[in-house]
Design a protein around this ligand. Structure first.
Ligand code: BEZ
Length: 161
């Protein structure tokens, strides 16, 4: 069953790139006692994710943080090196936290996988956005149409805060 508003995020471990190299980050590290905007994309560097979804959060970052959000986080079923390259390609280091869910463990645990095997991409994440307060989902958004990042985008999230 997919995660819903009011549910607590399951315990999971991601990988992220730091100045000291690859580091493991847990859901407790990111969400405990904090208000976090988390969004997920089917794949780093894919067209909608790169041209619309990530840029929308970068453009609205300051306004989102000004509403009391501690951090904006993006996750995808990609390895940590791809996620790091995607962050750097978009000048997002230090602005948005990139969490690699490389084996799809987190997105499987929350029931939001997307089977892109036919596209040669395997199991990925659906496109979604969440507001998470102290580990509990307060808002959960999905797109109604493929190829857009509107309802899950930064401007829309800002409007919900
Ligand atoms: C995208 O444009 O974001 C996308 C393209 C193909 C598969 C998944 C996502």
């Amino acid at each position: 069953m997919p995660i819903a508003v009011g549910d607590r995020l399951p315990a999971a471990t991601f990988k992220t790139m730091t100045a000291e190299g690859v580091k493991e980050v847990t859901t407790a590290d990111v969400f405990a006692g904090r208000k976090v905007v988390l969004f997920a994309v089917p794949g780093a560097f894919t067209p909608t994710c790169s041209k619309a979804h990530l840029p929308g959060y970068l453009a609205n970052r300051d306004a989102i943080l000004a509403k009391g959000v501690d951090e904006i986080v993006v996750t995808a079923v990609n390895d940590v090196f791809v996620m790091d390259a995607w962050s750097k390609a978009n000048d997002a280091d230090g602005k948005i936290l990139f969490l690699a869910d490389g084996a799809a463990a987190f997105v499987s645990a929350i029931g939001l996988t997307l089977d892109l095997t036919a596209a040669g991409m395997g199991v990925r994440s659906q496109r979604w956005s969440m507001l998470v307060d102290d580990g509990v989902v307060k808002e959960l958004n999905f797109e109604e149409k493929p190829g857009v990042a509107d309802l899950t985008g930064g401007a829309c999230m800002l409007g919900h805060l």
